[in-house]
Design a protein around this ligand. Structure first.
Ligand SMILES: Nc1nc2c(ncn2[C@@H]2O[C@H](COP(=O)(O)OP(=O)(O)OP(=O)(O)O)[C@@H](O)[C@H]2O)c(=O)[nH]1
Ligand SMILES: [Mg+2]
Length: 445
């Protein structure tokens, strides 16, 4: 993505994201923007190009080739602080923009046009020949005319495949908790990723399994509702280390019967490498370019650990966006209230530290979030099934609950934008809580 610095108007960021997506760029790059007046531009033009007159826009490209923007590809142009490749500078003359806007009657659009024009120069476009000019003009027009679009993607697959990890990796925020234990996600979690004119709304679902309790039924219902017409696209996540099972194949066959485009992510490629991934890809071949037209649209090997192909998957999903505006404000990353995210952070740590000691984990109900105090005061009930489980969660001399609290507090402070938090946890026994509608409702399911 582009990290713009200097005189950045909010619309510039949106346009830069659109350029990044349209030109299929990769990595991180930074461009410095200066908005100047006629006189400043004249001086700049004179000092840098020996031309003593003002102009509308000037670009100073730093690179002579454009490829993936990584430190490895551009060791001399990489800025460690900004963690991005320095692409160059652009100066935009706001007096010229105002004059041209009047002349063409295009208002605000003119300064945006100059920005896009300058960015394309930085990226190697020029207008020396008529043909180049036409090409550059076409890209400019398509960037400026781009409308906001969105797509709803249901993420499904077996427990523990890495569905929530993929959603978090693309959204860039921890919207859905992750643990080594299957059935971590209990509810449908919405994760939102907006860049430029495109928005992906993920419906992260619990892993598919046979329901036994009311909580299971709730989880099962949330998978079905994600698929029942709410989603435009389905993403099946497979665990490459587990191979592809009959259940996976049934799932793919079943989803292919619906009209929603289907993508498959073969995840955890970092663990077994190509040896693990290749047999899965080979088996998936039979679902590609089938005669009946019901084919998997793409299979993408991914790793949430190394980030391999996460951008590729994101771009494939951006390609599925349809006109009609955004479904959520562009700076939101989930539709879940902060209280729910706090409870989930506590539950994640309980799952992480207790592993197999407490089958099916615990429930967390957030009692109080008092933001008027400093530090912010939060209290939660950690709900378990039996007295013996309570003892395990508390641990020797309260050691375990302290450990859960300390680790959860760090995540919650991050969620709250770095504010300090005082977190109180109370362990409560509620027999059969997973079958009690009142408790499930209390937790937020
Ligand atoms: N090595 C490696 N581990 C991964 C990768 N993706 C996910 N994991 C791990 O796999 C475990 C399960 O990940 P989750 O994202 O919780 O999986 P899920 O499919 O959402 O699981 P449920 O919500 O239980 O259905 C966690 O321990 C993750 O850290 C990956 O690409 N590589
Ligand atoms: Mg999950």
């Amino acid at each position: 993505m582009f990290k713009l610095t200097g005189d950045v108007k909010p619309e510039f960021n949106r346009l830069a994201d659109i350029i990044f997506y349209k030109l299929k760029l990769c990595g991180n790059a930074t461009v410095d923007i200066a908005i100047v007046d006629d006189e400043q531009m004249r001086v700049l033009n004179r000092d840098t190009r020996g031309k003593d007159y003002t102009t509308d826009v000037l670009s100073y490209p730093a690179l002579d080739k454009i490829t993936e923007f990584t430190q490895k590809n551009y060791p001399n142009d990489y800025d460690e602080d900004r963690r991005a490749v320095v692409l160059g500078d652009i100066a935009i003359n706001e007096n010229a923009a105002a004059r041209q806007a009047k002349e063409y009657g295009t208002g605000e659009r003119e300064i945006n046009y100059l920005f896009v024009h300058g960015m394309l120069h930085i990226l190697g476009y020029d207008h020396m020949t008529d043909e180049d000019k036409k090409k550059m003009r076409a890209v400019e027009e398509s960037v400026l005319a781009e409308q906001d679009k969105s797509v709803v993607v249901a993420v499904i697959g077996r427990p523990n495949a890495g569905k929530s990890s993929i959603v978090n990796a693309i959204v860039g925020e921890k919207v859905s908790i992750v643990s080594p234990k299957p059935q971590t996600t209990r509810d449908r979690i919405t994760g939102i990723c907006t860049e430029g004119s495109r928005q992906i709304v993920f419906l992260d679902t619990p892993g598919m399994f046979k329901p036994r309790t009311k909580l299971d039924e709730h989880m099962d219902k949330s998978i079905r509702s994600s698929l029942g017409g709410d989603a435009d696209v389905v993403l099946v996540v497979l665990d490459s280390t587990k191979g592809i099972t009959d259940a996976d194949e049934r799932l793919i066959e079943e989803r292919l019967k619906c009209r929603a485009p289907l993508y498959v992510a073969v995840n955890k490629t970092d663990l077994k490498g190509y040896e693990g991934v290749y047999p899965v890809l080979e088996k998936l071949n039979r679902y590609m370019s089938r005669k009946d037209g019901r084919s998997v649209k793409d299979v993408i090997p991914t790793s949430c650990k190394t980030g391999q192909n996460i951008d590729l998957l994101k771009n494939a999903l951006f390609d599925e966006c349809k006109d009609g505006g955004f479904l959520f404000p562009k700076d939101e990353f989930t539709d879940r209230p902060i209280k729910f995210l706090i409870g989930e952070a506590v539950r994640e740590k309980a799952l992480l530290f207790l592993q197999d000691e407490i089958p099916h984990g615990v429930g967390v109900s957030v009692r109080k979030v008092d933001e008027t105090t400093d530090p912010i005061h939060i209290s939660c009930d950690v709900i378990v099934d039996k007295q013996s489980h309570k003892q395990i969660v508390i641990g020797d001399g309260g050691e375990m609950i302290k450990r859960i609290g300390k680790s959860a507090r760090r995540d919650i402070e991050q969620l709250l934008g770095g504010s300090q938090v005082f977190l109180e946890l109370f362990v409560k026994v509620r027999q059969g809580w997973r079958d009690r509608t009142d408790i499930l409702k209390d937790i937020g399911y």
